[in-house]
Design a binder for this molecule. Structure first.
Ligand code: SF4
Length: 627
């Protein structure tokens, strides 16, 4: 008997309607800890090199870690992992809520889905009863409509439900999966892969317990969190009415969030659409994830007055920055409506925003015109025309058919437009400005799954004006020295090398970045205590930091075999030019310094000159079998 896991993986082949159960021993779980590394193991072992992400042989994996669902805050997450249709590398979306814990209650550590159903289908899981059911009554429906139909069905009324919307059905490459209306697996096109399998929904309910080794210890850690977590300034502001969307205006004032497709890093209209402005009008109520008190999600009240469904909660910071602020939209109700569309149609708000700003630049520069857009004039800040284009993307009409492919592929279709395509490896870049957070910029470039804002804790948390609390929290990683955020010298590369696995281990363990260090209430030591209280193992910060490193290297190996290496580890040319306006006008990433930093990082990471994990590193991490 081992704790934290059931030892059982559910495998579903939609082509043959075949359901099997796979068992793994404790050593397998100790080595990979479930979660992201378990998923990477199957993708490396079973996906033929070069397969189309929309091929029926691609795997769509919902995986959990030992700590998923235990009685402790910050443990409500699961990973969705697949070969991404945007990057052709591994795509991952780590998601809070209740869906992951429910997979564990049903008795599984992961669900691995392969094949393609002959007709629109959904998967029904109730403990060990697994069925592939016809979904023709919910195919084509919005996520809210499909959810209501399923939740009112006697079989699925107690299920946790992961759903795609029309965007995923139409294979918009940056489609999301919406869990229980409120929790979104947004990035890397995981919803498009689900759509390619003719799979509308996965409904899970379980009656089992999640067995932990020491429930008393978990209980005391949970009580400790509950009593004290609001002493952490970031947890406190996230618990407050505006959640992380409340940072937008201050980030804009400091020039830290890009706008107008990375031309500027400030926008005077930010205060009109900031989380505080939205919540002042729509009076939110806090919602917690499974066994947590963080209160990060907010349900707005009164949005039906503007025709928006209130079930999707307050717009998340990343989507607000990309799909509203970036487009210079300063209309609060338009922000709420755009978020409603993102959730109801199942899109990734970050990629969508970058695609739209790319399209506006193409229009401004006469690379596309009204003949392409269906007579729509595309302009910064014009939310009505922008909403019309979003609908065209979802249904692949007119220019929407090209924009649905993401900016990389679109820029290969629309002549001379590549300078407007803000992506790395095909994944659209989040709006946290990498020129003023240059360690983050390096992370955007070298991340094997493409740029995401949690690739590393941001530079500004460790610069000269940062809280001493944050410096203290990263000291166990031997990061002691404050460094200038707008710098990428050798000291910054060392900081990146040490901090990157600290976020990666959270992704690997399905730990919530809003609960744990580098800068949140729970320290690294608490994370180790939670892992040990759950599993009964004697783990350590060393072991889980190495787990973070393992995840990066497994993903990197997958990328390398797809031909993705140093050539793709580069930022778009615009980011090597100065910021054009605002308080950070003139700030630039020096390209030579970046190239030097990348080379040094490869050396520290144990990778060869092309950025491929070297034999010694794979030996050290126990990954030689994947060469
Ligand atoms: S900290 Fe927030 S997002 Fe994370 S698990 Fe808790 S409530 Fe959910």
């Amino acid at each position: 008997m081992f704790y934290g896991f059931s030892g059982k993986i559910l495998r579903i082949d939609l082509t043959n309607k075949k359901v099997t159960f796979e068992k793994k021993d404790e050593l397998f779980y100790r080595k990979y800890y479930g979660g992201a590394c378990l998923a990477a193991y199957y993708l490396l072992k079973e996906l033929p090199k070069g397969i189309d992400p929309f091929s029926e042989n691609n795997l769509l994996i919902f995986s959990t870690s030992p700590i998923t669902g235990v009685n402790c805050p910050g443990t409500a997450l699961h990973n969705v992992v697949t070969k991404s249709p945007l990057t052709n590398s591994i795509g991952e979306s780590t998601t809070p809520g209740f869906f992951g814990p429910e997979i564990k209650k049903a008795g599984f550590d992961a669900i691995i889905i392969k094949g393609k159903a002959k007709e629109p289908s959904y998967i029904y899981i109730k403990d060990s009863k697994i069925e592939i059911r016809n979904a023709s009554n919910i195919w084509g429906k919005l996520t809210s409509e499909a959810y209501d139909i399923l939740i009112n069905n006697k079989d699925t009324k107690n299920s946790r439900i992961a759903l795609i919307g029309p965007a995923g059905e139409n294979l918009v490459r940056y489609s999301s999966i919406v869990n229980d209306n409120l929790f979104i697996s947004s990035r890397c096109g995981v919803g498009a892969v689900m759509g390619s399998k003719n799979l509308k929904a996965v409904c899970v309910s379980g009656t089992g317990d999640i067995k932990a080794y020491d429930n008393n210890k978990l209980d005391s850690l949970s009580k400790y969190f509950r009593k004290n977590y609001l002493t952490n300034p970031l947890n406190k502001s996230q618990y407050g009415p505006a959640s992380n969307a409340g940072y937008l205006k201050s980030m804009s004032d400091q020039g830290m969030v890009s706008a107008k497709n990375f031309h500027t890093s400030t926008f005077s209209g930010a205060e009109n659409i900031d989380g505080f402005a939205i919540t002042e009008k729509y009076n939110p109520e806090n919602v917690n994830c499974n066994n947590c008190y963080g209160g990060c999600k907010k349900i707005l009240k009164g949005t039906e007055k503007i025709g928006a469904n209130n079930r999707f909660g307050l717009i998340e910071l990343e989507s607000l920055a990309a799909s509203v602020y970036n487009l210079l939209i300063d209309d609060l109700d338009a922000a709420v409506k755009i978020w409603n569309i993102i959730c109801d149609y199942g899109l990734d708000g970050t990629s969508l925003g970058i695609v739209l700003s790319y399209a506006i630049e193409c229009f401004e520069n006469n690379l596309i015109n009204k003949n392409d857009t269906g007579n729509i004039e595309l302009k910064w800040g014009d939310h009505e025309s922008i909403i019309k284009i979003i609908k065209k993307i979802i249904y692949r009409k007119d220019i929407g058919n090209i924009l649905a492919e993401g900016v990389k592929k679109a820029s290969e279709e629309i002549k001379d437009s590549s300078e407007y395509a803000m992506h790395v490896k095909g994944l659209e870049i989040p709006l946290h400005e990498p020129r003023v957070k240059q360690m983050l910029g390096l992370g955007y470039a070298v991340s094997p799954i493409g740029p995401y804002y949690t690739v590393v804790e941001h530079d500004t948390d460790f610069d000269f004006s940062a809280s001493q609390l944050f410096m203290d929290k990263v000291s166990p990683l031997t990061v002691y020295e404050r460094l200038n955020a707008e710098n990428l010298d050798y000291k910054k590369v060392r900081m990146f090398y040490l901090l990157q696995p600290a976020f990666s281990m959270l992704d690997a363990l399905c730990g919530c970045i809003f609960a744990f260090s580098p800068v949140r209430f729970f320290n690294f030591g608490h994370l180790v205590e939670i892992v040990n209280a759950t599993t009964g193992w004697e783990s350590s910060l060393f072991e889980i930091w190495k787990l973070g490193e393992k995840r990066i290297n497994m993903y990197r190996l997958f990328a390398a075999r797809e031909g993705i290496d140093i050539e793709a580890d580069i930022l778009p040319p615009r980011l090597f030019k100065p910021i054009e306006e605002g308080p950070k006008k003139g700030v630039i990433i020096n390209k030579e310094e970046f190239i030097k930093a990348r080379k040094l990082y490869y050396k520290l990471a144990g990778w060869d000159e092309k950025g491929i994990p070297a034999y010694q590193k794979l030996l050290e991490l126990g990954l030689l079998e994947f060469i």
